[in-house]
Design a protein around this ligand. Structure first.
Ligand code: XMP
Length: 514
């Protein structure tokens, strides 16, 4: 399928997918394999280059993940990163030991710009170091091509054998010229032409899905969010009629969202995915009545979602495959990422499979980062407003209404949020603010409108900038935009007489209100 392929061999580092992603950014196709993969299999894949990732072990310890000398004698360029670099030296006759000084963080590195790996890189640049062990002696045939104050071998090469070792992490953005170094390796050292694009990923995935599914039946829970939408459309393109998509409208979606999802994926839209919309709004409102505790609300919404989905799945009967829109960050956080360690369980992974009678899960986006999923979505022809939509929590507006959820409150927050989004778009801030939405506080206060006394709800506006959603800062939305939103909400949304702007960062706040 791909003539040009670089193989990343995973030794359990946290950044293994990031390495693959950077290679893809150089327009070179890339796949990740465990270090346990047989050398014959690697050879059969005919890679243009091999990259060995970092990992948590010490390569000289017994039982540490390893590789054979043969890997370096295939005539294929090899780049070892961190653990991979140490392993290369260890296997080829150099020496790796516990470092007298542990290096961690941004570090100044001096590189030999004569090396093909460092072509166009500044002689002194910043790299990201994270290691306990260090290369105390390079292997025969190698020369040192970079060093730091504490690390005599920050990089080494045996240029005639096309073997390169880098102690630091070029794949993380803290290494200022890291992408250039990886580009130098895959494009210049390995000689890849750089013709791979997202359309090839989409095309290959569709082909692979077809082969895997055969004549089987496939079920997909479609939320209308970016990930499940892209996964569903990819499946639809691959296997058409054999796919059924169930969309549960739990009555906690943004204004018009249920209809928008139906317009794109339903029978009148461009895709053929046997779209079933379940209007379960009232069921959710009944279940939520009387509850105001956030965790309880989340649990009720999650459980009811599974019940509704289960009922629909039963109607369809046994299926062969269940599609999940899992993307790479979900995999890492859940500790399922190949050789990596568990960081935390993720709320989007698990849950559904237990209630469906199926044989296997298909996760076509499992290797992609969010922005890559978006690119794949565009490639598949999904409309931009869907591809670039805001993250939206599974429990929906249920956790943006503080206290008890009622149909009346849902309507208020939907209308307020709609106005807010409209004004943010008009101000051209849609793509610059990370996440923004309106929430309904549980507070009512006295106001005056016309000559009347009012006793109505307060809406809170939230807008944050964030890179990873683990931390966030309040976004600097211009005051005139906020004022316009405030005045429109008060005038247009019945039941609201006050609007607040939430200045809290995360931590100590969270992005959502509950
Ligand atoms: P918090 O509120 O934890 O939100 O700061 C961080 C990011 O996660 C989203 N979020 C969720 N997404 N199910 C989801 O799919 C959930 O239960 C959930 N809770 C929060 C939130 O919108 C933000 O982007």
């Amino acid at each position: 399928m791909n003539q040009e392929k670089v193989i990343v061999i995973d030794f359990g580092g946290q950044y293994n997918q990031l390495v693959a992603r950077r290679v893809r950014e150089c327009n070179v196709y890339c796949e990740i394999y465990s270090y346990k993969t047989d050398i014959a299999q690697i050879k059969a894949m005919n890679p243009k280059g091999i990259i060995l990732t970092g990992g948590p072990n010490s390569c000289y310890e017994e039982g540490a993940p390893g590789c054979t000398r043969e890997l370096f004698e295939l005539g294929v360029p090899v780049l070892g990163l961190c653990y991979g670099a140490q392993l290369m030296m260890h296997v080829l006759g150099g020496k790796v030991e516990k470092a007298p000084v542990r290096e961690y963080g941004k570090t100044q590195v001096h590189v030999n710009t004569q090396s093909p790996l460092f072509a166009d890189v500044a002689p002194t640049t910043i790299c990201w170091m994270s290691h306990f062990d260090y290369i105390s002696q390079i292997a025969p045939g190698f020369e040192v091509i970079a060093h730091t104050a504490d690390c005599p071998v920050a990089a080494a090469q045996n240029a005639s054998a096309a073997l390169y070792a880098i102690q630091f992490h070029p794949e993380v953005l803290h290494t200022q010229e890291g992408t250039k170094m990886l580009f130098n390796f895959v494009r210049n050292v390995c000689g890849c032409a750089g013709t791979w694009k997202m359309d090839a990923f989409v095309e290959n995935s569709i082909k692979a899905i077809r082969e895997k599914v055969g004549k089987g039946k496939v079920l997909c829970a479609l939320s209308g969010g970016v990930d499940s939408s892209v996964a569903a459309v990819m499946l639809a393109k691959a296997i058409g009629d054999q796919l059924t998509c169930v969309f549960v409208d739990h009555g906690l979606l943004r204004k018009n969202e249920g209809d928008e999802v139906e317009a794109v994926f339903g029978p009148n839209g461009p895709y053929n995915l046997n779209f079933i919309r379940v209007n379960a709004q009232d069921r959710f409102y009944v279940k939520l009545a009387g509850y105001d505790e956030p965790e309880q609300k989340r649990k009720i919404i999650g459980e009811e979602f599974i019940r509704v989905f289960e009922e629909e799945a039963k109607k369809i009967g046994a299926v062969d495959f269940l599609v999940q829109g899992t993307i790479y960050p979900d995999v890492v956080e859940s500790g399922l990422g190949g050789e990596s360690a568990v960081i935390k369980s993720h709320h989007n992974v698990g849950g559904l499979p237990d209630c469906v009678d199926f044989k296997e899960i298909i996760e076509p986006l499992r290797d992609l980062f969010k922005d890559e999923v978006r690119k794949a979505g565009l490639e598949l022809g999904l409309p931009e407003h869907l591809v670039y939509r805001q993250p939206f929590p599974g429990p929906g507006l249920g956790i943006r209404i503080i206290g008890e959820v009622t149909a009346e409150k849902v309507k208020i927050v939907q209308d307020a949020d709609y106005i807010y989004r409209e004004e943010i778009a008009k101000a051209g801030l849609e793509r610059t603010v990370g996440q923004y939405f309106a929430a309904l506080t549980n507070m009512r206060s006295v106001g005056v409108m016309g000559d009347e006394r009012t006793y109505d709800y307060a809406v809170a506006l939230r807008a944050v900038n964030t890179i990873d959603f683990m931390t966030a800062e309040c976004a600097d939305v211009p005051f005139e935009v906020l004022q316009k939103v405030m005045s429109r909400i008060i005038n247009e949304v019945r039941g609201v007489n006050r609007v607040f702007y939430d200045l809290t960062s995360k931590p100590p706040g969270t992005i959502e209100f509950e």
